[in-house]
Ligand binder design. Structure first.
Ligand SMILES: NC(=O)c1ccc[n+]([C@@H]2O[C@H](COP(=O)([O-])OP(=O)(O)OC[C@H]3O[C@@H](n4cnc5c(N)ncnc54)[C@H](OP(=O)(O)O)[C@@H]3O)[C@@H](O)[C@H]2O)c1
Length: 257
């Protein structure tokens, strides 16, 4: 088993859950280069990606080189691929959770490259998840813990809704996905919240006395548009179900302490 992007937050969790895997960081396996992996893998857990959503707007070719051409290279290894995709393949206007049968309609460059990457996977599993966080890497939980310790109040967006998913839970679910037929599966934490609600939960669980000032996406003014509601649910009974996001948050905080 080969894990790509092992230096990232999900790749790190996958390497823990699959200790027998050949887990490679970007330095050890750059997916944009011609790939020659020995021994050839039987299956690839493809967690490497360009994940800088705002940066992709400024460099669409760079994002596509990793998320689309890079995925093509990984598929070219000849083994089935578990490709991790994103809630950002949807435009967020449905107003209720997105199911596997919903038609993707990305609004950002990042979302488009993740969708184009899905289309490169001929034999494999597409696992769409959302709002990932873990004890390593850059993520919202770690940022809020830092800001919450420094400030009395932080301004956080309250008009985007999703399901914050702990990478440890997603990595365990990947084991179950490998037992399923090839196809697309929505695997995200149970429950949903806005970023502001998530920040309040982080401060509460971590015992930080920091207030949350609720702002709009427009006020924040980030370069990439984001879906207003990108909650994912599965309509397929065989899809693994994840714990509630608050349980994921507690598991992550336990790891951090
Ligand atoms: N983060 C989220 O909220 C979220 C939500 C839904 C789905 N996903 C998907 O889940 C997967 C894992 O995301 P994550 O949150 O773990 O992201 P991450 O922490 O940013 O990890 C991605 C990893 O890919 C590496 N990478 C970038 N370019 C590469 C290349 N050319 N070759 C090999 N590795 C490369 C990065 O290395 P460097 O750090 O050195 O660049 C990084 O270690 C991605 O497919 C992402 O699209 C993420």
């Amino acid at each position: 088993m080969l894990v790509t992007g092992a230096g990232g937050q999900l790749g790190h969790a996958l390497a823990e859950v699959f200790p027998e895997a050949d887990a490679r960081t970007r330095d050890e396996l750059d997916v944009t280069r011609p790939l020659d992996v020995e021994p050839p893998p039987d299956v690839v857990l493809h967690a490497a990606a360009w994940t800088d959503v705002d940066g992709a707007e400024a460099d669409p070719e760079g994002a596509a080189a990793v998320n689309v051409a890079g995925t093509r290279n990984v598929v070219g290894l000849g083994a089935p691929v578990l490709y991790f995709s994103s809630d950002y393949v949807f435009d967020g206007s449905k107003g209720e959770p997105y199911l596997e049968s919903d038609v993707p309609m990305p609004v950002s460059v990042y979302g488009r490259t993740k969708l184009d990457g899905e289309r490169e996977v001929e034999s494999g599993w597409i696992v769409r998840s959302s709002w990932l966080f873990g004890a390593t890497g850059h993520n919202f939980v770690r940022t809020m813990l830092r800001l919450g310790a420094e400030r009395d109040e932080v301004a956080v967006v309250d008009d985007q809704r999703g399901s914050p998913t702990f990478v440890g839970h997603l990595a365990v679910a990947a084991k179950d996905v490998l037992e399923l037929a090839f196809g697309t599966y929505h695997v995200a934490a149970d429950g949903d919240c806005t970023w502001a609600e998530f920040a309040e939960a982080i401060f509460e669980e971590a015992g930080l006395r920091c207030g949350v000032r609720r702002i709009t996406t427009a006020e924040l003014g980030r370069p990439a548009p984001r879906p207003a509601c990108s909650v994912l649910r599965s309509e397929l009974p065989q899809t693994p179900r994840l714990p509630h996001w608050r349980e994921g948050l507690r598991a992550c905080l336990d790891r951090l302490s």
